[in-house]
Write a protein that binds this ligand. Structure first.
Ligand code: CMP
Length: 144
């Protein structure tokens, strides 16, 4: 299994509910390491650029408004198979359909306010990480 990096965002609803610690605990207990982290608040324009792949979809405008509605915690997670593992821990996009015990099932409010975001492929992980972090801000635990 390859060591990968993936972008994780704790979204405004989960930050507001004060469950950052519970979410990070799940990552760490499942073998993922936080190798970069910062709290920020996106402008609607920045949220629009981050979610550019969804431009034109019916939920795009609401999503940009929501993602800029409050602070978020942005992290780079590193570990074996990090992209798929993070997605498994998050659960399905819609919290109502997410498996019990997943982050979205436990903390998500709706399909939009669904607690967390995670990259869906190596290509998108690289793009999403570069959107928020420079290489010097990422502190790998697996450096040669
Ligand atoms: P995320 O994994 O961050 O990727 C895109 C986001 O769009 C998704 O989580 C949801 O928060 C949001 N979204 C809102 N409505 C939908 C929908 N119908 N299908 C998929 N994503 C949606």
């Amino acid at each position: 299994m390859p060591v990968q990096r993936t972008l994780s965002i704790i979204k405004p609803d989960a930050v507001a509910k004060n469950v950052i610690g519970d979410i990070i605990r799940r990552f760490e207990e499942n073998g993922l390491a936080v190798v970069a982290a910062k709290m920020t608040r996106l402008t609607p324009e920045e949220a629009g650029r981050f979610y550019a792949v969804h431009r034109g979809k019916p939920f795009y405008e609401d999503l940009c408004r929501y993602m800029s509605s409050g602070p978020i915690l942005v992290m780079v997670l590193e570990g074996k198979n990090a992209i798929a593992l993070n997605r498994k821990l998050m659960g399905a996009t819609d919290p109502k359909k997410a498996e019990p015990g997943t982050i979205r099932a436990d903390h998500g409010e709706s399909i939009e306010a669904n607690a967390v975001h995670g990259s869906d492929s190596e290509e998108n992980a690289a793009k999403e990480i570069a959107f928020f972090f420079g290489e010097v801000e990422i502190h790998s635990r697996n450096a040669a």
